[in-house]
Structure formats: C-alpha cells, structure tokens
Write a protein that binds this ligand. Structure first.
Ligand code: ADP
Ligand code: MG
Length: 250
C-alpha cells in the first residue's frame, strides 16, 4: 500500500532519516519501534507531507505521493494523527470530532462544501457521526466536556476518533499510548484492531510499549539512526542481535 524508497530527511548536516526503505502491506497493523531519536516521527512527518524529504520517494497504491501536502494526502485517505491542538481545548469533544472533515481538508473545501449544502442538515449528520464515533470508543460520556479537560488517555481516544470521521485508508499513529494507563492503553489497542478488521484501515503505529505492540502489530519494523534495522514478527525482532544492541538491550 505504501512503499518508501531510500528516504532521506536531513536537518542541516544531521541525517534524521538516512536512507530508510520499507513497505506497508494493505490491511496490516505495522509497528514501528526504535530508540528515541531514531527518526520515526520524522519518517511519519515526511510520509504524511508535513515535512518535505531531502531525497527519496513515497508511493501509495502505485502513485508517487512524495511531498504532497497533508490536505491532498487526506483526500487520498492517508492520515497522521496529531495531538488535539491547544486552541481546540475549549471546544467540546463532540465539536472536536465534528470539525475534522473540514479542519484537516482545508478552509477552501469547507467553504465550497457549505456553500452548496444546507448547513443545518450537514451539522446534524456530522453530529450523529461524531456521536457514533464516541460510542465506538466507549467515551460517549465525555461528548459535552471540553477537550482540554478530559484525561490524557481520553484525548488519545479522541485523536483516534478523528480518523473515523472521514474515510481513512491508512492511519499513522505516533505514540498514541504515551502516558496512558494500561487499561486505556488496551482500549486504544482494541479500537485500532477493530477499525482494522471492520473498516479495513491499515495502520502504522509508533509505540514503545511492547505489550501494546505484541497485542496488535504484525509485522514490526525497527529503526535506528535513521535507517531500518530489521523487520519481522515481534518475536523475530526481539531476537534480532542488531535490535537488541540498538534498542531493546539498553
Ligand atoms: P524519534 O521519533 O524516533 O524519537 P525523531 O524523528 O523525532 O525521532 O528525531 C530524529 C532526530 O532528528 C533527533 O535527533 C531529533 O533531534 C532530530 N530532529 C527532529 N526534528 C528536527 C528538526 N525540526 N530540526 C532539527 N533536528 C530535528
Ligand atoms: Mg517520535
């Protein structure tokens, strides 16, 4: 579904991503692990159009998508989740979901879209969809709370929920489990698994928690120093000498 060829992203002389190549199979939940500073987030940002690459190519379903801006990738069904921005903290959780189809796709679309449809109908449909998403994620009870006031874990579920407001094909999740308690971590894992199975989403998930990875991810890719070190099942990765040296052993 996604092929990354010899991708580089340098910052000055520093090679954050240093010739990474990998393939993401359609329908998979691929785990991306590696030590801090390995270049995982930078790789995500380049794939998702947030940062231009220094060199290399990204191909999605046979089409070269290298350097396309996030809103164009969004229309192709490629999403990278972001933390709920500070300025949206005063909006309710439901409102945060309702603004996704507009917010991530750009103001222009928002305007033309509302220009040709009846606002009230659209709002009702969006609201119903948002409520469906909240229910799926078992957080209906926070619908009317301000997004800035819910727990860290609930925010993470909300971030995942944002991907469900549109027809995503592939979703990149960067440490969705960070700072989340174990119960909520597994709720998030199960929601990802269910979205994968029922809606056919492909996921690429950066995560440090090996139980989380083991629960849902196959295959697992390990990066270090901007390069792909190894790929395989979690057991294979855990047994890989280079991975142990670069990451698991430390
Ligand atoms: P990871 O997500 O694997 O922890 P990152 O992709 O965030 O790693 O970072 C990889 C390296 O690139 C780090 O050493 C980081 O300091 C550096 N880096 C990331 N973004 C920038 C930037 N905008 N400018 C300069 N250096 C950066
Ligand atoms: Mg990171």
């Amino acid at each position: 579904m996604i092929e990354v060829h010899e991708l580089h992203r340098h910052f000055g002389g520093f090679r954050a991503v240093d010739g990474a190549s990998l393939k993401i199979a359609p329908g998979s939940i691929t785990g991306l692990i590696g030590p801090n500073g390995a270049g995982k987030s930078t790789l995500f940002n380049v794939i998702a159009g947030v940062l231009p690459p220094t060199s290399g190519r990204v191909v999605m379903d046979g089409e070269d998508i290298t350097g396309l801006p996030p809103h164009e990738l969004f229309h192709k069904g490629l999403l990278r989740t972001f933390q709920i921005a500070h300025e949206f903290g005063s909006m309710t959780c439901r409102e945060n979901l309702m603004m996704v189809p507009a917010g991530q796709s750009g103001e222009q679309l928002w305007n033309t879209w509302f220009g040709r449809k009846r606002i009230a109908d659209e709002e009702r449909a969006l609201r119903a969809k948002a409520d469906e998403v909240l229910e799926f994620l078992t957080i209906s009870h926070i619908a009317d709370l301000r997004a800035g006031e819910v727990s860290g874990g609930q925010k993470k579920l909300l971030e995942l929920g944002r991907t469900m407001m549109v027809d995503a094909k592939i979703v990149f999740l960067d440490e969705v489990g960070a700072g989340v308690n174990r119960t909520l971590l597994y709720t998030i894992a199960d929601a990802i698994k269910q979205l994968n199975e029922e809606r056919g989403y492909t996921f690429v998930v950066i995560e440090h928690d090996m139980e989380f990875i083991g629960r849902i991810c196959d295959p697992v890719i390990c990066m270090a120093e901007g390069k792909v070190l190894a790929e395989g099942t979690l057991d294979e990765i855990k047994a890989n000498e280079q991975v142990i040296e670069a990451y698991l052993g430390t």
